[in-house]
Design a protein around this ligand. Structure first.
Ligand code: 5GP
Ligand code: MG
Ligand code: MG
Length: 190
């Protein structure tokens, strides 16, 4: 649909070419994901939601509130070297978890899986810390992701191989505050 009529904060509309997933569609899917995760996680100990900053911040806050079981929140920030629009798989921790995850059921909450390199690194890193289990919930997944051998337990939307922004996702730190997922106009890429 038309990005000029989408609730985009003033000043962004001219920069977007389309709305890919509107806010209501995001929230409906998040409710479904939350119900599926809750059905698989019993009430013995609350799972630890590990939000991968910054991209997953909007998703984790909506997901945690939609989840009908108690959960605890942790945040981790990583950076993967590469260009503004693709990752290299060489990952560095900018902010580590505050807590020990030994024996905990961890749910990694990711914004988007593209090459899968960031997630595959993260899975290996967290696995060395002795969690009881690690699941992954990702809001978005691109076609490239099927090429890497990682199991993403819960996926919101499979999207085309295009660069998306909004709902936490940035281009050069902009657009994270959009309440929907959209496509950046081609004229915005330098
Ligand atoms: P991967 O390592 O799977 O290639 O990419 C992981 C990270 O790259 C994501 O967590 C996200 O930060 C960024 N990324 C991948 N695809 C997109 C996209 O289409 N838009 C934005 N804004 N970031 C993306
Ligand atoms: Mg991410
Ligand atoms: Mg980014």
């Amino acid at each position: 649909s038309d990005a000029t009529d989408s609730g985009a904060p003033h000043g962004y509309a001219d920069e977007l070419s389309a709305v890919l997933i509107d806010g209501a569609t995001l929230q409906a899917k998040i409710a479904e994901l939350a119900a599926a995760v809750a059905a698989d996680h019993h009430l013995d100990t609350p799972p630890l939601l590990v939000c991968v900053l910054k991209g997953a911040v909007m998703f984790v806050t909506d997901f945690a509130r939609a989840l009908p079981i108690p959960a605890e929140l942790e945040f981790m920030a990583v950076t993967s070297y590469g260009s503004a629009t693709s990752s290299s798989g060489v990952v560095r921790i900018l902010k580590d978890l505050d807590r020990d995850i030994t024996g905990r059921r961890v749910i990694i909450v990711e914004d988007i899986i593209d090459s899968g390199l960031t997630l595959s690194w993260l899975l290996k890193n967290l696995a060395t810390r002795g969690p009881a289990a690690i699941d992954v919930v990702a809001l978005l997944r691109k076609p490239e992701a099927v090429k890497v051998d990682i199991e993403v337990d819960y996926v919101g939307f499979d999207i085309p191989n295009e660069f998306v922004v909004g709902y936490g996702l940035d281009y050069d730190e902009r657009y994270r505050d959009l309440p929907f997922v959209g496509l950046l106009g081609e004229h915005m890429y330098r």
